[in-house]
Design a protein around this ligand. Structure first.
Ligand code: IPD
Ligand code: CA
Length: 263
């Protein structure tokens, strides 16, 4: 079963267009790994280019909507109710290192609530898409979160603070507790895909703190529409503000939350 709405057409069209250049740029990365300067300037340029294409295409289709973008920040629109929340390359470190696990992430917010989300991995050609009340999809397939009810059988993904970001010590405590209770912990480095994988039932759960709105906007609705629960680490609902996320299937969400939060 597929979901082919007007919004789907707009969002996939923009993502596909931005991805064409991104894929070419990713192909160049391997060569750049060995250059003196390294590929980071090249990646910043690829990032900006992709954001520009996304913004142009989305504005063409919905000229009055505002934007919140990782690279260019906030741009308010005439329509104060709607804004696109965009990460042109989520998983920049992977991209930079030639690791084929990154995504374009586009969320659409209406009056503070995410009503549509798309996460596109151009390398695997996987489009994860959800709209409020209409379900979550991977390409043409309807998504459901996993049905595992035992943490001991569950695979849980996470994100590790890096490069001077705060929270290293509390994270290590959380990790110690979670790894003692589950079948495996994964750290793949792309928050939007982590949430998409929870929606797809590949991961049973995921937690991370200190995320930005563009990392999670699209993933939030993917998880919800696939039947999963997503809250802050303290159980609260203000995920977009705090950037703290615990997402899981409904059977293990509370168990995961309890372990992550335990003092
Ligand atoms: C990052 C990725 C990563 C997460 C970081 C994010 P970026 O986004 O989503 O998985 O652990 O917190 O900043 O910088 O690659 O767009
Ligand atoms: Ca990101």
């Amino acid at each position: 079963m597929a979901l082919r709405s007007a919004l789907w057409t707009v969002m996939t069209g923009a993502a596909q267009k931005a991805a064409r250049a991104l894929k070419r740029d990713f192909g160049e990365i391997e060569q750049l790994q060995v250059s003196q300067k390294g590929p980071s300037d090249f990646v910043s340029a690829a990032d900006l280019k992709a954001e520009k294409v996304l913004r142009m295409e989305l504005a063409k289709a919905r000229p009055r909507f505002g934007f919140l973008m990782e690279e260019s920040g906030e741009v308010s629109g005439e329509d104060k109710h709607h804004r696109w929340i965009i990460d042109p390359i989520d998983g920049t470190t992977n991209f930079l290192h030639g690791i084929p696990h990154f995504a374009i992430s586009i969320g659409l917010e209406m009056d503070g609530e995410i009503i549509a989300g798309l996460v596109f991995n151009p390398i695997t050609d996987e489009t994860y898409y959800a709209e409020k009340g209409k379900g979550a999809f991977l390409n043409d397939k309807r998504l459901r979160v996993s049905s595992r009810s035992n943490l001991a059988d569950s695979v849980i993904a996470t994100g590790i603070p890096f490069n001077g970001r705060p929270g290293h010590k509390p994270f290590l405590k959380q990790l110690e507790r979670v790894m003692g209770a589950v079948a495996g912990v994964r750290r793949m480095g792309t928050a939007s895909l982590d949430l998409a994988y929870v929606a797809a039932g590949r991961y049973d759960g995921y937690w991370e703190t200190g995320l930005q709105p563009w990392d999670i906007a699209a993933g939030i609705i993917l998880v919800r529409e696939a039947g999963g629960f997503i809250t802050e680490a303290n159980g609260g609902k203000d995920i977009m503000k705090s950037g703290d996320v615990v997402a899981a299937n409904p059977k293990i969400h509370k168990q995961l939350l309890d372990i992550v939060v335990a003092a």
